[in-house]
Design a protein around this ligand. Structure first.
Ligand code: ATP
Ligand code: MG
Length: 381
């Protein structure tokens, strides 16, 4: 067997050794590495082994892990197969219980069963882009961020969450048959085939779940939006969300987002709107995940980057230059700038994404946010 086994609550070296003898690589983890959206995961294990012999409370953490990684196979090590413990384990989503005495055979066959049950999802990460004001460039950034990630890391999905008013499909030059409305109306029957039939493929490999001209019947339910995001994360390396600032159901459904970027420019009304949005987001998601993106930067503006950070009370993560002509041509031709590297603006999108893919060059802060995007092949080496 090859692959990685995440060990949680394992106190003895013997278990680690048994995993190694099975040909797999043990990685010692804390439950929050897998359960929290900010979990610093440079390598998602193939299976997880939780030792509850020393601490039964660890069973409580498994439900959280399953919520974020529904396909993850989880085995637990128990002192004995007590019915009550087994029932609790089953309810939390455990697939195998291994009782003492812990032997090489028992461990190996449990791990191989757990691995077989696991589908083949790709670990994804979620980036939300919100414009502080209309026309500030949120869709331009969301589309090009997604395009650039798709080029460098593959398997990327852009979700246009502007349910009936979005224009990401125009920026990407595609004509979607199905849309986010179909997905939100059918969250109960989402499965991989159905989901893949709703997205539209673009030439670079980026997939789009587009907005609709059809209005959703009734109000948008944040829980359905959450379900949709959680579902897409299973199948894509990265998911980029173009989030409407005026839609509470979308703003309240960003629990799975690892980074939430609010797009601003050098104008005071935009900054004051950004301050309100950031304050609201911070209350719900904390400060760590929230950053600012300055679009159409203007070196000659009276308002500097430091002023922007002070006015909005958040850090600027990247500054994109103003390039009217290439931006307009790209939108008019349905060819995102990041499909090439021909303009300064395109270069700036790639540079922003490179900051995720070359974590060793980044500050600790960026590392924590972005180290997941290191191509999976090199993680396994
Ligand atoms: N860095 C830039 N330099 C020059 N023009 C830009 C830049 N970014 C975006 N634009 C242009 O600004 C316009 C508005 O951009 P975009 O549609 O991305 O904004 P938005 O915030 O999504 O707007 P909305 O509020 O309507 O959703 C587009 O014409 C786009 O080409
Ligand atoms: Mg937009």
């Amino acid at each position: 067997m090859s692959g990685t086994v995440g060990l949680i609550g394992v106190k003895d070296k013997q278990t680690e050794e048994l995993v190694r003898l099975a040909g797999m690589r043990p990685i010692v983890l804390q439950p929050e590495d897998l359960a929290s959206p900010r979990g610093a995961l440079s390598a998602t294990p193939d299976v997880v082994l939780v030792d509850v012999r020393g601490d039964r409370n660890l069973l409580g953490a498994i439900a959280g892990i399953k919520r974020r990684h529904p396909q993850m196979g989880i085995a637990i090590i128990v002192p004995a197969l007590e019915p009550e413990l087994m029932l609790q384990a089953m309810r939390s989503g455990v697939t195998e219980c291994i009782a003492e005495p812990l032997t090489q055979d028992a461990l190996e066959s449990s791990i191989s069963r757990v691995r077989v049950q696991r589908a083949a999802p790709v670990e994804g990460r979620v980036f939300a882009i919100i414009g502080a004001k209309g026309g500030v460039g949120a869709t331009t950034i969301a589309v090009n961020l997604a395009e650039s990630i798709a080029r460098s890391a593959g398997e990327t999905l852009l979700i246009d969450m502007n349910v009936a008013t979005g224009d990401a499909a125009v920026f990407l030059g595609v004509d979607p048959r199905f849309t986010i409305v179909d997905a939100l109306e059918n969250t109960a029957r989402l499965d991989e085939n159905f989901f893949r039939s709703l997205v539209v493929h673009t030439p670079s490999g980026l997939d789009l779940l587009a907005s609709s001209v059809r209005v959703l019947a009734g109000q948008i339910d944040p829980q359905r939006v959450r379900t949709l995001i959680d579902f897409s994360v299973r199948y894509y390396r990265a998911v980029v969300l173009d989030v409407p600032r005026a839609e509470p159901a979308a703003l309240d459904a960003l629990d799975a987002a690892s980074s939430i970027f609010v797009v601003v420019n050098h104008e005071l009304p935009t900054l004051s709107a950004a301050y309100r949005i950031v304050s609201r987001l911070r209350q719900k998601y904390g400060s760590d995940r929230i950053g600012l993106l300055v679009n159409r930067s203007d070196k000659h503006s009276d308002i500097s980057i430091a002023d922007i950070e002070k006015a909005v009370n958040a850090k600027v993560k990247h500054v994109f230059p103003s390039e009217y002509k290439p931006a307009l041509a790209a939108a008019n031709h349905g060819q995102p700038l990041a499909r090439s590297s021909d303009s300064r603006l395109a270069g700036s999108f790639h540079e922003f994404v490179r900051a995720f893919t070359a974590p060793e060059k980044q500050s600790d802060d960026s590392k924590r946010l972005f180290n997941w995007l290191t191509p999976r092949r090199s993680q396994a080496e």
